[in-house]
Ligand binder design. Structure first.
Ligand code: FUL
Length: 438
């Protein structure tokens, strides 16, 4: 049996787009890393509207939001009973505010999933570095967050850390942290310094050309597990140069072309995209970022509105008896073309009927049953011979290829090599608009 995702990992992979919200004391100090000595009185978002965050995310096609409940500076966006360093001692809603509550309520109202970032590194808390005491403190904070706010879909443990006061090194009790999450939110995925979702390894929003969701177990994060595990990649990147809002960066929002490239290099390479859009000091998503997200959505909608291969006559040189080649182009997420038993190289051919122009191809494996394809190629019939238009290695949940416009009547997908018989859920051809024209 190939290594397979859990139902939660599968749903997460399908969701593709998550919005990261870096918000906290740094929003008011113009810093990226606070040192924990900031006065909570500085935290004063006068127009905070979590519904605006959720609405923008929803309209832009995002399915999950992850908020920095506590960043490295230790300031808590919820009234934690474990520390004084929180919204409780700020002027926000006269000390009665709770940003985590406002956002979770807005998410649950809108059918949006909610995730939380809780920095293991805490530059405010004096117990940090006093390992058992800080681990207890951290588990208490986790308990508050995972008990009082309903369903939490993802818990994000950042790897960045430094020394505690007096140079003491914190020995993190990962096993205890994971047990706390599993006990309180059995459906939550634990990301980054965790066993369920892997950090892609950069902060540029770019996955590898070869991106396997099947990985060797991590020596720390997969406690007591050996051998291969399902450990899919998440690409985190900010829409701006910094993670937190800085007025000076209002005119440095990434261009539409850049965001579109990020999408192709993350979601289009078997990863998910966690795009950071930081609320400003009023507590709103800034307008330049909102406009960019809307344009980004328009490009994606225009590109993927019509699969030119949809329901076109399709055949294959190898088809498992209980499947159909046409399942790859039927638009049904639950069906797939399976190559025959023991077959690890197979070919799917689509007849578009008339010459059709396209510049983008999409291939999806049916990953509920594992990730299998190691190499593939896409070719178009030019009237005389098959010409290669794209090729790659892994496919996984989604592989996107862009190429100069091709006009052809027949197109084929060659699974050149597969670990087990390939299961292709979707083969799509699209004509993407020029982002400059959107
Ligand atoms: C890093 C942090 O140090 C940054 O401030 C940011 O939160 C990023 C997502 O992760 O490790």
């Amino acid at each position: 049996m190939p290594v397979q995702p859990t139902p939660q990992q599968l749903a997460w992979q399908e969701s593709e787009l998550a919005l990261f919200l870096h918000f906290g004391i740094n929003t008011f100090t113009d810093r990226e890393w606070g040192d924990g000595r900031e006065d909570p009185a500085l935290f004063n978002p006068t127009d905070l509207d979590a519904r605006q965050w959720v609405q923008v995310a929803k309209e832009s096609g995002f399915k999950l939001m992850i908020l920095t409940a506590k960043h490295h500076d230790g300031f808590c966006l919820w009234p934690s009973r474990c520390t004084e360093h929180s919204v409780q001692n700020s002027p926000f809603r006269e000390g009665k505010g709770d940003v985590v509550r406002e956002l979770t309520e807005a998410c649950h109202e809108a059918g949006m999933s909610m995730g939380l970032y809780l920095s293991p590194w805490d530059r405010h808390e004096p117990r940090y570095g006093d390992s058992p005491a800080y681990n207890r403190f951290f588990k208490n904070q986790l308990t508050e967050l995972l008990t009082h706010y309903g369903e939490i879909a993802e818990v994000w443990f950042d790897g960045a850390c430094g020394e505690g006061p007096n140079g003491r090194k914190q020995e993190t009790d990962w096993r205890g942290y994971y047990e706390t999450v599993r006990r309180l939110q059995p459906n939550a995925l634990i990301a980054i310094c965790g066993p369920d979702i892997r950090w892609v390894g950069n902060e540029d929003g770019v996955a590898r050309e070869t991106e396997w969701s099947v990985q060797e177990a991590h020596p720390i994060f997969h406690d007591r597990v050996t051998g291969p595990v399902w450990y899919p990649a998440e690409c985190d990147v900010s829409i701006r140069p910094g993670w937190f809002w800085h007025k000076s960066q209002d005119n440095q929002v990434k261009s539409l072309e850049h965001l579109t490239d990020i999408y192709y290099h993350s979601v289009g390479r078997n990863s998910t995209l966690l795009l950071n859009v930081p609320p400003n000091d009023r507590g709103l998503l800034p307008q330049p970022d909102v406009r960019r997200l809307r344009a980004f959505r328009t490009v994606l909608d225009q590109t993927f509105a019509t699969n030119l291969a949809q329901d076109k006559p399709t055949g294959a040189d190898s088809v498992r008896t209980d499947s159909n080649a046409s399942s790859a182009v039927d638009g049904n997420r639950a069906t797939y073309w399976a190559a025959g038993e023991g077959v690890t190289a197979a070919r799917l051919e689509v007849d578009l009927g008339v010459p059709v122009s396209f510049n983008t191809a999409l291939v999806q494996e049916y990953i509920a049953l594992g990730q299998r394809v190691e190499a593939y190629r896409i070719e178009a019939w030019d009237g005389r011979e098959w010409k290669r238009i794209a090729e790659g290695t892994t496919i996984g949940h989604k592989k996107l290829d862009r190429f100069p416009k091709v006009t052809a009547r027949k197109v084929r997908l060659l699974v050149v090599q597969s670990r087990k018989p390939s299961l292709i859920r979707t083969f799509g051809l699209y004509h993407a608009p020029d982002p400059a024209g959107v």
